[in-house]
Write a protein that binds this ligand. Structure first.
Ligand code: PGA
Length: 231
């Protein structure tokens, strides 16, 4: 298991933050933390040109074809992406991505030596019914055993300012670890400079997938600094 934490900035459908390409940009790769940026597809090239390590926010598994508006894993790879998100809950919700499709995405990425970050997580309603493990179990069952990175992103915590408690995150991460002992496990869902230290300190949390707070260079920088205090 790598010891460095992975901090992935998910910019979603937002332009790169001001100064993303400045020499002092917190989005630059660094020796002590694995920093990764996930820009919108149209911004991938300029982020690469700025020397950032980038991944796609999603892609189809087919190499080419009649899929208007989509990009393929192969296109991301060719561009220079190292990673790709698979099955983010916003893709599952707005684009109908199913467990089976996410599985195809992960397998296609692996075949191209593109590192997939598979996203899983329950909705607030599912948690209220006590079904969080059942949902995760179903989502995890679709993933190949060699899935290298899994992000636990409780849907109720995404963009809501209401993060999972460190104990809740640890509990779910331990569960994922029991199924995927060798995967790197990221927590995502309202991670910010205030809660990052507690969340990232949990035994089975190996990094973060950070949305809103990653759009503020100062907040992202603070999260990196918190991460650096964790041995
Ligand atoms: P958030 O988003 O940090 O804004 O909650 C995380 C994500 O969706 O990856």
């Amino acid at each position: 298991m790598p010891t460095q934490l992975l901090l992935a900035a998910n910019w979603k459908m937002n332009p790169p933050p001001n100064g993303f390409n400045a020499p002092s940009s917190p989005y630059r790769p660094r020796p002590d933390t694995d920093v990764l940026v996930l820009p919108a597809t149209v911004d991938l090239e300029r982020c690469l040109a700025a020397g950032l390590r980038v991944g796609g926010q999603g892609a189809r598994p087919e190499a080419t074809g009649a899929f208007t508006g989509d990009v393929s894993m192969e296109m991301l790879k060719r561009l220079g992406c190292t990673h790709v998100l698979c099955g983010h809950s916003e893709r599952r919700q707005h684009h109908g991505e199913t467990d089976a499709f996410v599985s195809e995405q992960v397998r296609a990425a692996l075949a191209l030596d593109l590192t997939p970050i598979a996203c899983v997580g329950e909705t607030g309603e599912e948690r209220a019914m006590g079904k969080e493990r059942e949902i995760l179990q179903r989502q995890l069952a679709a993933l190949p055993t060699e899935t290298p990175i899994i992000a636990y992103e409780p849907v109720w915590a995404i963009g809501t300012g209401k993060n999972a408690t460190p104990a809740q995150a640890q509990e779910m991460h331990a569960f994922i670890r029991s199924v995927f002992p060798h995967a790197r496990l990221l927590y995502g869902g309202s991670m910010n400079e205030k809660n990052a230290l507690d969340l990232l300190s949990q035994k089975d949390v190996d990094g973060g997938l950070i949305g809103s707070a990653s759009l503020q260079p100062r907040s992202f920088q603070s999260i990196i600094e918190r991460a650096l205090t964790i041995a």
